[in-house]
Design a protein around this ligand. Structure first.
Ligand SMILES: *Cc1c(COP(=O)(O)O)cnc(C)c1O
Length: 601
């Protein structure tokens, strides 16, 4: 039986974000988009990032992992005070956390030092709402202790209001917050980048012009999600209040009396119901109940419908005045408030269905599969590319510079693969179309042999280190080249790497830093000052753990590449070690590099 669904209009989330980010920006305030009420739904996180938020705010590690595994690599702010027991996970999964407990901050510092990192923190101050925060009289003492810690850096202070005590943000308490920030700055001779003035309930004060100029950051959840501020709950100008709706199916539709017949006692929830007699009415039962959602906070979109009540699995409606003609099997939609949304998003009985805008459904990009790689004959790869909205053409044609260049000029992203190595041709073709490009290579070898061994000379040729007239270094600077997964390099190769500042991540670096960190740095390197980059996946890089990249690491890397949206050509080459990866696995990697996700929502 069709159960209830939450429909999430991704385009509306993006538009709400844009509206609010633009409003805040015009007043000098940056926005962190809070996804917690959606349990870290990746498409919502992406829509917020597209809408211009500087980071994602979350309250649970599980939700953050969900965002991360869908390729969201934007900074993430941990909103809930980190539990002592999970500081290790916090420093690896999030970039910045809100804090109020000295001992937690000390543990965070130790944990991040162990990883060779510095974890950023915002000190939370309690301005009277009595949820989290350092009490103002303790603030200077705590700050003094924290400043001496080597593994954390105070990047700002913040407060949270209107959550427990219902205290509203005001000129007075916001000025207090700024004065605490300045006190810390003056006492310890530092500058606080962030003064975070609260959540969606701070928007009205910002609108009135009552926010002190130094408050430069807000953490917005409900206002983006439901399109309204949270002091009075009024719709924010230009925002949609229906980005999220609950929908459920009519499973019974009958004319019945409005008052029960017979002697009445308690209902299923121990209440004694009261009915007013309206005669016979048209009653609908929907396939949703108290087990799924908070019934009291549902509002039918059709104003002619009224909610009569609910039991565990049934919602009863009076649809006598319903504007549309209802039939059995039809869906009825509801607007929700924050509580109802939270309950539905966390309920495993409620399906979450993202509605994509036209722009997302069909990416106008085509790909051209060039070469005789056996994976190009895997129907599943072709099907998945199509599902993702890529037009494709399979071609055994001779790869020529001309073909690559004209393909890039019309916005295609060619995939090059096969036994005979065509990377040099493809790169030369790319150099015709782009002024500056990056190159990201996943390979166990450096391929920087200057004399002899043609198999291991590909990069030396591209960068003009061999005497064969090829030199693309004016387009592909050695500083825009990254090699990931290196396991062997000859002495002469190491010298070239050092001399030309080619960035290399060995297996050891990957173990130490983690693939995410490696990819963030690598993508920055190959996209800085370039129009895009070439990806070369030499399949021999994938091996057993410790020896080479694991399949999972390769996957994450490909997902992050897709997410950068800057890849110009994908090149899959080499002979894979079939004991670690088969053709299907390789197809998976190609699909990930083109944006396929295992979990889309
Ligand atoms: C949930 C939360 C927010 C977002 O609040 P909204 O009212 O949804 O905007 C901001 N900051 C903290 C600390 C939170 O826990």
């Amino acid at each position: 039986m069709a159960g209830p669904e939450i429909l999430v209009d991704i385009q509306k989330v993006r538009e709400n974000t844009r509206t609010l980010v633009e409003f805040c920006r015009s007043r000098g305030v940056a926005v962190t988009g809070v996804t917690k009420v959606t349990c870290g739904m990746p498409l919502v996180g992406k829509a917020m990032l597209d809408g211009g938020v500087v980071s994602i705010g979350e309250s649970r590690i599980e939700n953050i992992q969900r965002l991360r595994s869908s390729g969201i690599n934007a900074p993430v702010m941990m909103l809930r005070i980190p539990p002592l027991s999970r500081v290790d996970e916090i420093v690896t999964t999030v970039d910045i956390s809100l804090n109020s407990e000295l001992s937690v901050i000390q543990s965070l510092s130790e944990a991040s030092l162990k990883k060779g990192k510095i974890h950023k923190i915002i000190l939370m101050v309690d301005l009277g709402d009595l949820r989290e925060g350092i009490w103002p009289s303790d603030l200077m003492n705590v700050s003094r202790e924290v400043i001496d810690l080597k593994g954390v850096k105070i990047t700002g202070i913040g407060t949270n209001l209107t959550c427990f005590g219902g205290v509203l943000p005001s000129r007075k308490n916001m000025k207090e917050l700024v004065s605490y920030a300045e006190k810390i700055e003056n006492a310890f001779g530092l500058h606080l980048d962030i003064i975070s003035g609260g959540n969606s309930s701070s928007l009205p004060l910002l609108m009135e012009g009552g926010m002190p100029g130094r408050v430069n950051h807000l953490r917005l959840g409900e206002s983006i999600i439901l399109g309204r501020e949270t002091v009075k709950g009024t719709l924010w100008p230009g925002c949609h209040n229906d980005a999220f709706q609950l929908t459920a199916e009519v499973i019974e539709l009958k004319k019945k009396p409005s008052v029960p017949i017979g002697e009445t006692g308690m209902d299923a929830f121990g209440e004694t119901p009261i009915f007013s007699d309206k005669g016979e009415i048209l009653r609908a039962i929907l396939s949703v109940g108290r087990e799924d959602v908070i019934i009291d906070n549902l509002e039918p979109v059709d104003k002619g419908i009224s909610v009569l009540g609910a039991s565990s699995d049934h919602l009863l409606l009076d649809v006598t005045e319903c504007q549309q003609k209802l039939n059995l099997g039809d869906k009825v939609n509801f607007d929700l408030n924050y509580g109802a949304l939270l309950a539905s998003m966390t309920s495993k009985y409620v399906k979450k269905t993202p509605l994509m805008g036209d722009s997302e459904l069909m990416t106008p990009i085509k790909t051209l599969l060039l070469g005789n790689s056996p994976i190009f004959r895997e129907q599943i790869l072709l099907d998945h590319l199509k599902e993702m909205g890529f037009g494709y053409e399979v071609s055994d044609w001779e790869i020529s510079e001309e073909l690559i260049s004209s393909s890039l000029d019309v916005g295609n992203v060619p995939i090059v693969g096969g036994e005979i190595n065509k990377a040099a041709v493809a790169l030369k073709g790319m150099a015709r179309s782009l002024k500056q490009a990056g190159l990201i290579i996943f390979a166990p070898h450096a391929s920087l042999i200057v004399q002899g061994n043609e198999q291991r000379s590909f990069l030396a040729e591209i960068l003009g280190f061999r005497d064969d007239n090829t030199n693309l270094s004016s387009v592909i600077s050695p500083e825009s080249v990254v090699i990931i997964g290196l396991r062997h390099a000859e002495r002469s190769e190491v010298e070239l790497i050092k001399k030309h500042n080619i960035k290399v991540y060995t297996m050891e670096d990957i173990d130490l830093l983690g693939m995410r960190e490696v990819m963030i740095n690598s993508l920055r390197q190959v996209t800085t000052g370039t129009e895009g980059f070439y990806t070369r996946l030499s399949t021999g890089v994938i091996k057993a753990e410790g020896e080479g990249l694991t399949f999972r690491e390769a996957h994450l890397a490909m997902e992050m590449i897709a997410d950068s949206a800057k890849m110009k050509i994908f090149d899959i080459s080499g002979t894979p070690d079939k004991s670690w990866i088969d053709d299907k696995g390789l197809c998976n990697l190609v699909e990930s590099a083109f944006g396929k996700r295992i979990l889309n929502f």
